[in-house]
Ligand binder design. Sequence first.
Ligand code: COA
Length: 183
Amino acid sequence: MNESLFTDFPQLETERLILREVTEEDTAMVYQFNADLEALRYVPRAPYTKNEQAVEKIQGFQKGFRDKKGIWWTYVLKETGHSLGYGGLFNIEAEGTKAEIGYGILKEHWGRGYVGEAVKEMSRFGFEDLQLHRIFGLVDPANTPSARILEKLGYEKEGLLRHDEYARGQYFDMTVWGRVVKS
Ligand SMILES: CC(C)(COP(=O)(O)OP(=O)(O)OC[C@H]1O[C@@H](n2cnc3c(N)ncnc32)[C@H](O)[C@@H]1OP(=O)(O)O)[C@@H](O)C(=O)NCCC(=O)NCCS
């Protein structure tokens, strides 16, 4: 893994988005996303009820970066300067060979390809700049848009983790979608 990338936060850019560090200024967006049961439909997490939970989440992201275990970006729409959502590479292993990918945006912005654009650049960064060997995502089997994003970027469906997570009084199955550097 290219550890030098953890010195200054690596800001990224796509055609319509700036991907910058998630900071305290994103607290309202992080809260809004995590308090919305519709957005969390396929995310095994209890909805947030307090702003402090968003503050703690962001502090966790920042600690993850200091510990070289995670990089979380806010997706800022260039046209308006507004934060639409966030995503990251996390659970980065000490040897730097693999990481997990996660993402989401506020529901008023769904269906416009923003996340596909962001995940493409996050994946490029992970493989080319961080020099990871494997990136994987855990996706609820019913989350068709999320699976579609990964499939279009060359991730392959590897298997099903049954009752992998428990939240909101129910178990969630998770499909593993993985992409590896082909030798
Ligand atoms: C899942 C999510 C990230 C998708 O983001 P998005 O920006 O709306 O996705 P896109 O607009 O790039 O659409 C992705 C693909 O899914 C397709 N799609 C969208 N809704 C769909 C549906 N209900 N059924 C089937 N396909 C659908 C789109 O057509 C697109 O495919 P295409 O490029 O072949 O046309 C977004 O809905 C979200 O934030 N959801 C809540 C959090 C979440 O579930 N995160 C993922 C956890 S694994």
